[in-house]
Design a protein around this ligand. Structure first.
Ligand code: BV8
Length: 238
């Protein structure tokens, strides 16, 4: 088992039991608002106030005291700490629950809710309060030029080169809490399989749209399936 490399992809399902909404569950975010109205550059250009309100509400929820990392987030941080090889965690989530659980080798492919990006200086800053059209950039002082630092539909996801390099070199790929709807992340398992040597696992509440692409699947809540899976591979590998 020495040195083998693991890549983990997580989606909104891993944060559900921490009290954060998913997107495509019956009670999810996209059941209440349309992607076209709040999660595209066109929506922001058309009605920035509406987009700010959508992310301000999610930021406020994330910062509530009862929203905390759950046993699945903590198990992944333990895996990174205890596994003898590299563990890279690629999350589609814009919350900070993986960081708060202790994960360090982490990529937010779709950005981060607790950061602001300035359209004038391009700088990215920590941002924990409501963002409005009057907000000032902490770096250049410009007014009304901030957007939340997330990747909207039609925008380039972050750190793709580093991710594809890790997918091509890994020995185990684990997909957790994602419906397999959004690309390019939904295509990562095919990328790994094209390399030929890695084992692929899905841990999800129910079979995702892409579950047949995985060599091994365990369906149930992340707080049950992820700790059990981490325990098993730390003890016996795969
Ligand atoms: C791109 C950030 C080019 C914001 C998000 C037209 C124009 C342009 C692009 C496209 C187009 N048509 C299609 C595309 C591609 C598009 C796409 O895939 N669209 C889909 C809808 C078809 N993709 C893009 O636009 C991407 N950019 O293509 O640029 C490119 C291409 C290749 C390489 C380089 C460049 C950008 C996509 C990013 C959009 N931003 N989020 C925000 O958060 O508001 S995406 C959004 O969906 C979230 O990030 C989320 O993470 C992501 C995926 O959703 P999931 O995480 O899977 O959540 P979901 O609710 O769907 O599923 C939850 C799962 O958990 C379920 O399966 C459920 O069963 C499970 N679950 C629930 N409870 C539990 C659980 N599991 C375990 N335990 C539980 N307790």
């Amino acid at each position: 088992m020495q040195g083998r490399r693991i890549v983990i992809l997580t989606g909104a399902g891993i944060s559900k039991e921490s009290g954060l909404d998913t997107f495509r569950d019956p009670d999810g975010l996209w059941a209440r608002v349309r992607i076209e109205d709040v999660a595209t550059p066109e929506a922001f250009a058309r009605d920035p106030g509406r987009v700010h309100a959508f992310y301000n509400h999610r930021r406020q929820t994330l910062l509530e005291p009862q929203v905390a990392p759950n046993a699945a987030h903590k198990a992944l941080a333990r895996l990174e700490a205890d596994w003898p090889g590299e563990v890279l965690l690629v999350t589609q989530n814009i919350d900070d629950l993986h960081e708060r659980a202790g994960s360090k080798n982490l990529i937010h492919i779709h950005g981060e809710l607790l950061k602001a990006r300035c359209l004038v200086c391009g700088g990215v800053s920590p941002w924990g309060e409501a963002m409005t059209r009057d907000s000032l950039c902490p770096l250049c002082g410009a007014e009304g030029t901030l957007r939340v630092h997330v990747v909207w539909f039609g925008e380039m996801p972050l750190e793709m080169d580093r991710i594809y390099e890790a997918l091509g070199a890994c020995d185990l790929f684990v997909s957790i809490g994602t419906s397999g709807n959004v690309y390019p992340a939904a295509g990562f398992v095919a990328e790994v399989r094209a390399g030929g040597q890695a084992h692929t696992v899905e841990l999800n509440l129910e079979p995702s749209d892409g579950f047949t692409a995985f060599a091994e699947c365990h369906h149930g809540p992340a707080t049950v399936e992820v700790p059990a899976f981490v325990e098993r591979i730390l003890a016996d590998g795969w």
